[in-house]
Design a protein. Structure first.
Length: 242
């Protein structure tokens, strides 16, 4: 949680904030904890306001204490797919403003936290950004939408990842030159949403040499998000000499 004057207001989520999704947030204010032997429920009217892309939206009618005498309250917001008749765009910002009637000094205090909307719950990353020929690195994807079976590990084919470099090199990570030990990114457990593969950077691909010091791009197109559009994720790595 993030410390503020008199309260804590924290915004958390499982993955990115996406159109059509749900965002969970927490408010920590001991002044709202009035029943020290029970779980409090507090109306959000006048206490919390919510705007998305500069437009006021509806939030939960109440927030509920997470446990007896915790002073921490949780709420959930349904994220719309459109605002003011237009589709929600990547970069639109959700702002939650908390209006505290009395802070630790007895004064009214207002504060806010914000989260930027993303079009996909999927995120792409690598274990290294500078990889020399012959060296391996991990390619990682976090994606709840590719977790089809919560009781078994899932896979994302390497052929889904485009690799583009200088010298006109354009292929997929399924190319044998990458000497991958698997044909797919494999989920790290039965229900982790994290997919990983180990890739080796070759000296050449299809007869074309990878230039030392050049930059290569890994591209993945994701069509699984709630926005029902195809979003392109990109990751750049440097072909290093050491």
């Amino acid at each position: 949680m993030i410390p503020l004057i008199g309260i804590f207001l924290a915004v958390t989520m499982g993955g990115n904030l996406v159109p059509g999704g749900i965002m969970t947030f927490y408010v920590h204010d001991d002044d709202l904890n009035t029943s020290h032997r029970g779980i409090d429920e507090v109306s959000t009217a006048g206490l919390l306001t919510f705007t998305l892309g500069g437009v006021s939206i509806s939030g939960p009618s109440k927030i509920v204490e997470t446990g007896v005498n915790s002073g921490v309250f949780v709420g959930k917001i349904d994220i719309p797919t459109t605002i003011n008749g237009r589709d929600l765009r990547q970069g639109d910002t959700l702002v939650i403003r908390y209006n505290d009637a009395s802070d630790h000094s007895g004064n009214a205090e207002s504060t806010s936290r914000s989260v930027t909307v993303a079009k996909t719950e999927t995120s792409l990353d690598t274990s290294a950004k500078n990889v020399r020929p012959g060296q391996t690195f991990q390619l990682r994807i976090y994606s709840p939408n590719y977790n089809m079976d919560s009781r078994n590990a899932d896979n994302i084919p390497l052929s889904s990842f485009e690799f583009k470099a200088s010298n006109g090199i354009k292929t997929t990570l399924a190319n044998k030159a990458f000497d991958a030990t698997t044909t797919s990114l494999r989920e790290t457990g039965d229900n982790t949403n994290m997919f990983v593969a180990t890739i080796k950077i070759p000296k050449a691909i299809d007869g074309k040499t990878l230039k030392i010091g050049s930059t290569a791009e890994i591209k993945f197109r994701d069509s699984t998000g709630p926005s029902m559009t195809t979003e392109t994720l990109k990751m750049k790595i440097k072909i290093g000499s050491r």
